[in-house]
Design a binder for this molecule. Structure first.
Ligand code: SAH
Length: 376
């Protein structure tokens, strides 16, 4: 490795810093805190691509920054648009790893679904991302940067309104970077997202849930429950062995919820596995006393997944039982299925089908096509 590329590897990516970290870091150069806010605005509001674009910094400081820091924006290598308006980006990281991020337009919402890891180590048997295994954790810049990448594809006047960490990976298994990314996304000086519009989804890592509860982030929590007995959950979600239902639900009960807010439980419905009438009744009992809603997700099928989705009839019957017991249960309409952008369908490694379907990014075809389909 040459001296130059060594330096390039070692200097920090400015987008990895939270505002307070950046303030401290530039303080080391004798720069005052307001300079950190200036830089932060360039990074997250004006979304520049190089440090030399920060034109309101004194030249000497800018040059010092160029030498001591870097920006590594995610490169868009594929854009796909679904018939239903959902858009998926294939993003390449500086070391060549690839991740996916999804934009989901709904009535008055435009939700960014972002990844927290390249791949995933949790091994859930009904999820396609699991087949990749864990490649690596994402850095804060790579998690929060997905929102910038998605926003760059929007037509003028369109804005991302909600963020969900429901892409590839388990956010609470990459806790520190996830927490920093959330601090960055909610910083008023930057993108300024309200934490009530951000949801972290977890497979049920109890220590992570407790840590999130202790943090002052105030984001929403979604828990992928998907089974009502430890026996079935152990089989579907291996981590249940470590954090069984009773412990998981205790951590959920103790999670501080602001007034009028609800926790979400995701429940992926699989025919003959977890969609019995008894499951619905057990689910109601398990969730007693938790202010929550249940998202019933019909399984998205794939050849690699050894399960089938529940019939419409079974799904609606399940929902009725919840409803009658006073538990809010909505059936989540699957989005972006034709481009493998739906829940549990994100996987990049060696899925030749995916690569073949993705559109190479060029300003002419990528963004235009993406933008117009979202606007329609
Ligand atoms: N690891 C976190 C974040 C990923 S969110 C978590 O598990 O919550 C992805 C969501 O899609 C989870 O709720 C997961 O249960 C769901 N999912 C996974 N595979 C699916 C599939 N094949 N069909 C439908 N939903 C699936």
């Amino acid at each position: 490795m040459t001296a130059v590329s060594m330096a390039a590897v070692q200097v920090p990516d400015l987008r990895d810093f939270t505002l307070s970290e950046l303030t401290e870091w530039i303080g080391g150069f004798g720069e005052p805190p307001y300079r950190a806010r200036q830089i932060f605005r360039w990074l997250w509001k004006r979304q520049i691509h190089s440090i030399s674009e920060m034109t309101d910094l004194p030249r000497a400081f800018r040059e010092a920054l160029v030498a001591r820091a870097r920006l590594s924006p995610l490169s868009v290598v594929g854009v796909q648009s679904s018939r239903d308006g959902t858009g998926k980006l294939l993003l390449r990281l500086s070391d060549g790893e690839e991740i996916e991020a999804v934009l989901i337009p709904e009535a008055r919402r435009l939700t960014a679904c972002i990844s927290s890891q390249a791949g995933c180590a949790m091994g859930c048997r009904f999820c396609l991302t699991a087949t990749m295994g864990l490649h690596r954790n994402l850095r804060p810049a790579e998690i929060a940067g997905q929102v910038l990448a998605l926003a760059s594809t929007l037509a003028p006047g369109e804005h991302i309104t909600h963020i969900v960490l429901m892409g590839m990976g388990e956010p609470l298994a990459n806790y520190a970077a996830t927490e920093k990314a959330l601090q960055i996304l909610t910083a008023k000086t930057g993108l300024g997202f309200s934490p009530r519009r951000i949801t972290v989804s977890t497979v049920g890592l109890v220590p992570g849930i407790r840590r999130l509860a202790r943090s002052d982030l105030g984001v929403n929590l979604a828990v992928s429950l998907t089974a009502t007995t430890d026996e079935v959950r152990n089989d579907l979600i291996p981590i249940n062995d470590r954090y069984p239902l009773s412990e998981l639900l205790r951590a959920c009960r103790e999670f501080p919820l602001p007034p009028r807010r609800r926790m979400t439980f995701e429940y992926v419905l699989m025919a003959g596995v977890n969609d019995h009438v008894e499951d619905a009744h057990r689910l109601v009992k398990l969730l007693k006393g938790i202010r929550c809603k249940v998202n019933l997700i019909p399984l998205n099928e794939a050849p690699e997944i050894p399960f089938h989705r529940s019939s419409r009839q079974r799904t609606e019957a399940f929902q009725k039982i919840l409803e009658r017991a006073g538990t809010i249960g909505t059936i989540r309409e699957s989005r972006g299925q034709d481009i493998s952008a739906a829940c549990g369908m994100l996987a990049t490694a060696d899925r030749s089908l995916d690569t073949a379907r993705s559109v190479p990014y060029t300003p002419e075809c990528g963004v235009e096509q993406f933008g117009s389909s979202l606007g329609s």
